[in-house]
Design a protein around this ligand. Structure first.
Ligand code: TXA
Ligand code: MG
Length: 320
């Protein structure tokens, strides 16, 4: 059997048998296992070399299926669920004992997501358990947005990659938690903060990433890192330092710059469209990482809508 394909029944059978299947979602590809089977969940942590303190998101086809696993859902979560699910948002909700603590790294809350991709929705309907699934990349590396990205890095670890084509949002879901009923964004993502604020009719705060706060799992400041040196800043200021070298440049819209040496230009969106930029950012970061440039220089996006989430990824990818 080919490791990559579109056979939903085969994928469901692998999962029922305790296997690992990479699944397409609208945000990024996930590395999925039966969330109720601890042995299978453990395989996820091993395959990704993910530290046990970083909890996993659980995926369901619809809210009716979520109810048996969670406590009371805050009113503001209801409003957002109605407006934006299925879609690129993850809700941190109180969990009960049916969800193994391995999934949530011992926390008494669980990340709940209803993905929008039709193949994964069909897959979730074909099984009677939720899927625990982090992004399908080795821990700390760039998230995958195609089936081939997954095969390149975790091909030996997965039993099957369900190929749903390139992801159409391209960055991970926005994660929202509720503290005393008040919403807090734990990770900026594929659903813009502005859209959330519009539905709730209030300002919502977003937590900044930190390298030193183990209480904010998944908020590590270093993440999404390419193997090559990547520096985020003003291209014209940074470029002269790399005179004589081949430099990869990532910009929203490319500008003409003078350089003594070769330039590899990656333009995220000719029209300056932030949704297109989000769709392309991880693929472009991978391509630049695999190129023969000696360094990658990237420029921040305008800090609105999906630009904020892209900037968060760039900030964390900065490894200089
Ligand atoms: O778009 C997405 O969310 C993708 C697709 C596959 O659904 N998944 C994803 O998973 O990005 P992952 O594991 O790469 O990132 C999930 C983050 C983790 O870093 C974790 O810290 C946070 O979600 N998280 C999960 N459960 C949590 C909880 N109970 N409390 C706080 N943070 C949680
Ligand atoms: Mg991830």
């Amino acid at each position: 059997m080919n490791k990559k394909g579109t056979d939903i029944t085969y994928a469901a059978n692998q999962l029922k048998g305790g296997g690992l299947v990479a699944i397409p979602t609208e945000t990024v590809y996930g590395l999925a296992a039966n969330a109720l089977n601890e042995k299978s969940v453990l395989k996820i942590f091993e395959a990704k070399k993910r530290p046990a303190f970083d909890p996993l998101i659980t995926h369901f086809s619809q809210w009716d299926r979520v109810m048996p696993y969670v406590g009371k859902i805050p009113i503001k979560a209801h409003l957002l669920a109605e407006a934006f699910t299925p879609g690129p948002i993850t809700f941190i909700l109180p969990k009960n004992d049916l969800i193994p603590s391995l999934v949530t790294s011992g926390h008494d809350t669980v990340g709940v997501r209803i993905p929008r991709h039709p193949m994964t929705r069909e897959l979730l309907d074909a099984i009677d358990f939720p899927l625990a699934a982090p992004s399908a990349n080795p821990f700390g590396y760039i998230s995958p947005t195609t089936a081939d990205h997954v095969l390149d890095q975790l091909g030996d670890e997965v039993d099957y990659v369900l190929d749903g084509g390139p992801c159409d949002v391209g960055i991970e879901s926005t994660i929202i938690a509720f503290e005393n009923q008040q919403p807090v964004i734990l990770r900026l993502g594929g659903l813009a903060l502005e859209q959330i604020e519009e539905v709730l009719g209030e300002k919502v705060s977003a937590i900044r990433t930190s390298s030193s706060n183990p209480n904010a799992p998944g908020m590590l400041s270093s993440h999404y890192s390419p193997r090559k040196k990547l520096i985020v800043g003003d291209i014209r200021t940074l470029l002269p330092e790399y005179s004589g070298q081949k430099v990869a440049i990532i910009q929203l819209q490319k500008e003409i710059v003078a350089h003594n040496g070769k330039l590899l230009m990656y333009e995220l969106s000719e029209k300056g469209d932030l949704e297109e930029a989000a769709r392309r950012i991880f693929d472009v970061m991978r391509a630049a990482d695999q190129s023969n440039a000696s360094v990658i220089l990237a420029e921040y996006m305008p800090d609105t809508f999906l630009g904020r989430a892209i900037n968060d990824r760039l900030r964390r990818a900065n490894n200089a």
